[in-house]
Every structure is written in C-alpha cells, then in structure tokens.
Design a protein around this ligand. Structure first.
Ligand code: NDP
Length: 405
C-alpha cells in the first residue's frame, strides 16, 4: 500500500486520479493537488459520486519547491505523480528529493521560454535520486510511456536485436470543432511546430516541420496521412537500445487541422515570445491562443472515434529478419463513459497510474532516474490489459511496406 500525491487536475490528472481510486488496494490515500483547487474538487466529487472513494484535494504552485515538499510531507505521500505541465518537472523532482518521495511523470522537462524538450536536466538528477534511495520514473504516459514499453517488449521477448523502430500515433477522433487540441494546446503546438527530427546511423537528422509524410493503414481504424515529428521517447530509446539503426515518430493530422495551424503560425499566434498588449501587460500569443481555444478537458463528451498508437519494430530473431506491430486502439466514447475524459487523456492517465503502481508494488524498483524501457516490459503489458488499454501484436512482412520507402 502507498500514499499517492497527484499534481495537475487537467484531463490526464482526472483519468490518473480515477484509475488510482479504482485501485484502492494499492493506493491507500490519494491526494489531488493543482494550481486551481476547484478543478481538483470537481474531480474528487465525481470520483466520490461514481466510485464512493474519498480523494483529498489541495492547492499548490508546483514551481514552489518548498511548498510542494511541505505538501508531500504533510500528506505523508510515498509517490508523487506529476501530471501538471512539463515546465514543473524539475521543481517537482527537487521537492521529491527534499521530502523523500518517489517521482513519476508523463512528459520530459521543457523550459517555458524555449520550445525545446530533452531529458538532459532530468537525467542529471540520477545520482541524487540514487543517494536518497528514491526512484524517478520518466515518461509514464502513452507516448512516451507505453511506446517505450512496447519497444522493450519487442527487444526482450520477440527479437534478439531491434534495427528499425517506427512509432505511429493516430487520433482518428472527431470533436466537431473546426480546430482544437486534444491536450494542453501550448505543449501540443510547441511540439508540432518545431523542426522534425529522426535518428539514423548514429546521427540526428533534422527536417522542416511537417515536411515528411506517408499514408499508413492503422489496423481497425483506417488509412491516415502520418507526418514525421520529433518525439521525446526517441532520445531515451536510441540510448537504451544502441542496436537501433533508425528511429522515427509519425503522427496523423487532418488537412483541416493543418490549415488552421498554418494560418495561426502565419499571423504569429503560435509565438511564445511575450508581447505588450497594454501598458505593462505582457502575454505571449500562444498563451492568449490557449485561452480562446476549447479546453481539452471539455472535448470528452463531444469526441467520437478512436485513437490508435503503436510501434513497428524490425530486427532479427535467430538469424531471421522479423517485423512486428504492437498497438492499442482506444475508443473515445468508452473512455468518456468510464472516467469522463477522451482517449488522449485516457491513454496517458492509465499508464501514469500504472507507473505509480509499479513503484508502489516494487514490481519496478531501482533507485535513480529511469526511463520505462529499463525495466521488464511484461508486468506493465499485463497491467495495460487489466486497466483498460489492451494491446495487439501483428507480424508484418519485412520488405515492401510504405514504411520502408
Ligand atoms: P492540462 O493543461 O489539461 O492540465 C495541466 C494541469 O496542471 C492543470 O490542472 C493546471 O492547473 C496544472 N498546473 C499547471 N501549472 C501548475 C503549477 N505551477 N502548479 C500546479 N499545477 C499546475 O494538461 P493535460 O492534462 O492535457 O496534460 C498533463 C500532462 O500530460 C502534460 O505534461 C502533458 O504534456 C502530458 N501528456 C503526456 C502524454 C503522453 O502520452 N506521454 C500525452 C498527453 C499529455 P490550472 O488549470 O489551474 O492552470
């Protein structure tokens, strides 16, 4: 049994808190804290009404390390699940070190003033976590997260060595708005407006944003144009599986989404540089845009269709070339009926809870700062089936697919 402090009460925080409450035999006490306490109270009330489980709530500015450490101690929390924003990662890790709690997050650190995300500053805390006999589990969402576990499963159970890795993320859901993002707009738009990047033969190769695309048949969901992007799990996966020759990440976007995004970029609305809009009053266009776009947490009731996220891994087994596709399909309406959130939050919140559960049960435990693929994949894969994200494995031809071109 463990006491869990969840920080962040957006769509992902809602799902993670619901799922933790459904596992009361693992999480004895659950506290949900965020910048706006009323958002935590709404989630806690919904959980009480639907599941009869008590979740305590608190107000916290997680950028304040001392205040967060105090909250961890006051609530006697063993594990902190950070589902706030990537900007808070380092501060929450420091609070965990100060208060003696394990740490789990779903997105790697990003500086608010630089659209650049990397693991460097989080990995640099490895020695401190080791010395404190604490563990920090990084990227326990879907991508990063489950995609790392799928890749590890392929490396541990299906292949002797991985040579090629392609991560494919398709959201075939429709919320009916002309333009909205499925998770935090600022994080989402920053991710897709930066240059694309992939790994090949020991080097990172950059491409112009959204300039490489191909059509992929997502089993059970349909054929969608998929664009090459840089995604954070590529950094840890290429480090932890040095046999990988090429690693890429693709995400689907509709033409409608891209037209809106280009128009917003063309008029400067995606800039993160603050501008003065009245005497002494500064706001970045991106922050303003976030205020006028639909709140991702409000998309749940309107979103229909599915998400499909998976990995295609190619390598050798006993001298024979093999290729496997491991994927999950999640239905927006099913997720909404279960926890009141659409799949993008669901597919992140469920693995976030499972990551905390892996530490609580010591199924995964190794002091230091760790990525998901550094542990045996099987227990996590089992937990995905159990907690609402079943996966499938398909063997694919090793040559002649669109992905080879
Ligand atoms: P939201 O923007 O909906 O929610 C973020 C929450 O964090 C809000 O409740 C916000 O409070 C709170 N918050 C922001 N700043 C602070 C602060 N300084 N102190 C305390 N709380 C704060 O985001 P999502 O729920 O969509 O996403 C949550 C996280 O999940 C993000 O880091 C995102 O990058 C990650 N993610 C990961 C995915 C994966 O597959 N790995 C996929 C999707 C998301 P308030 O509303 O009051 O500002």
């Amino acid at each position: 049994m463990a006491n869990l402090l969840i920080i962040g009460a957006g769509g992902v925080g809602r799902v993670a808190t619901f799922k933790a409450a459904m596992n009361e035999h693992i999480f004895e006490n659950i506290v949900l804290a965020s910048k706006t306490k009323s958002k935590c109270d709404l989630i806690a009330k919904d959980i009480k009404d639907r599941l009869g489980i008590e979740v305590k709530t608190a107000e916290i500015d997680a950028m304040d390390v001392d205040a967060t450490a105090k909250l961890i101690k006051e609530t006697n929390s063993d594990i902190v699940l950070n589902v706030a924003l990537p900007y808070q990662d380092l501060a929450i890790m420091d609070a965990c070190l100060k208060a003696g709690a394990h740490y789990v997050d779903t997105a790697n650190y990003e500086h608010p003033d630089e659209a650049k995300f990397e693991y460097k500053l989080q990995w640099a805390k490895d020695e401190e976590f080791k010395k404190a006999n604490l563990m920090a589990l990084l990227g326990s969402g879907f991508d990063p997260g489950v995609t790392n576990v799928f890749t590890a499963y392929a490396a541990q159970e299906l292949l002797d060595e991985i040579e090629y890795l392609d991560i494919l993320d398709c959201n075939a859901g429709d919320h009916g708005y002309p333009f909205a993002t499925n998770f935090n707009p600022e994080i989402n738009i920053r991710e897709i407006t930066q240059k694309g990047k992939f790994y090949e033969n020991g080097e990172w190769k950059e491409i112009e944003p959204m300039s490489v695309k191909f059509e992929w048949e997502y089993p059970g969901v349909g054929k969608y144009p998929s664009y090459l992007l840089y995604h954070e799990e590529l950094e840890s996966l290429t480090k932890n599986f040095p046999s990988i020759k090429r690693a890429r990440f693709f995400m689907t976007f509709s033409d409608k989404y891209l037209w809106h995004l280009r128009a917003l970029q063309n008029v400067g609305m995606t800039s993160i540089e603050p501008i003065e809009i009245c005497d002494g009053c500064k706001i970045s266009p991106m922050e303003f845009l976030k205020k006028v776009l639909p709140d991702p947490a409000s998309l749940g009731p309107r979103t229909k269709g599915q998400t499909h996220i998976g990995v295609v891994v190619t390598g050798y087994k006993d001298g024979t070339k093999k290729r496997y596709y491991i994927y999950n399909i999640c239905d927006h309406q099913c997720a909404f009926r279960e926890v009141g959130a659409q799949c993008v939050s669901y597919t992140t919140g469920v693995p976030a809870m499972i990551g905390a559960k892996m530490i609580a049960t010591k199924t995964w435990f190794n002091p230091g700062v760790k990525n998901m693929e550094e542990f045996p994949a099987k227990p996590f894969m089992y937990a995905l089936n159990k907690h609402g994200l079943p996966w499938f494995i398909k063997e694919l031809p090793t040559e002649g697919l669109k992905i080879d071109k």
